[in-house]
Write a protein that binds this ligand. Structure first.
Ligand code: ADP
Ligand code: MG
Length: 193
């Protein structure tokens, strides 16, 4: 079960990882998008940090996730802001009754699929969120497993979002949102370690 200590560490780790990977995310988005994913994610984690300074996380995880969701929704433009916002809002809803991490990630994945009209294999962040939920439930989520999910977006043809405009030309490149989701999940692994 997720608790407030782990959630707080998770978000701090996420902020650090995004700061570290910002240029890489921008580069991935330069190749099959519009070069703003690093900036969008940086704006997102800075907004989460500011929101938690104003409203510190408490044992009420539903409220904590809502704070995170609102920060992403209100401060991040592009496709990724509303999608991450939806993911955290779904976790907020579920956390009222269930704080099992696998269940939370599963709820987030379902929210992203609905909001983005995305299916597995469409070469989006969903291709990390959805299989990660299964791996967590089987106690098999490791950094290596996360890298594998991110890499697996390479041969896919983008069917959703900006990269879909490229069609077959999107093949051979990692999806930026899949890469940032990988950072979010690694941040969690480090937090609970
Ligand atoms: P934008 O595409 O508006 O420039 P970002 O660059 O911040 O926004 O985010 C792009 C990422 O968002 C993609 O790499 C992909 O993972 C994700 N994404 C975009 N559209 C969708 C969608 N319809 N469903 C799921 N994920 C999507
Ligand atoms: Mg972009």
């Amino acid at each position: 079960m997720l608790n407030v200590e782990t959630l707080t560490k998770w978000m701090t780790n996420f902020e650090n990882r995004i700061a570290d990977q910002k240029d890489h995310l921008t580069e991935l988005d330069r190749v099959i998008g519009d070069s703003d994913h690093g900036n969008n994610m940086e704006r997102g984690v800075n907004a989460i940090k500011a929101a938690f300074e104003k409203t510190p996380p408490t044992d009420d995880l539903a409220q904590d996730f809502k704070t995170i969701a609102m920060a992403m929704l209100s401060k991040v433009g592009g496709a990724s802001g509303p999608l991450y916002g939806t993911a955290f809002l779904e976790m907020a809803k579920l956390a009222k009754t269930d704080t099992d991490f696998g269940d939370l990630v599963e709820a987030a994945a379902k929210g992203i699929a609905k909001r983005g009209q995305a299916k597995p294999g469409d070469k989006t962040m969903l291709d990390v969120w959805a299989p990660a939920a299964d791996l967590i439930k089987q106690n098999k989520l490791t950094a290596a497993a996360i890298d594998k999910l991110v890499e697996a977006t390479k041969p896919m043809t983008a069917k959703r979002g900006r990269a879909s405009y490229l069609g077959e030309k999107s093949v051979g490149h990692i999806d930026p949102g899949a890469a940032s989701t990988g950072e979010l999940l690694k941040a969690y692994l480090d937090a609970k370690a």
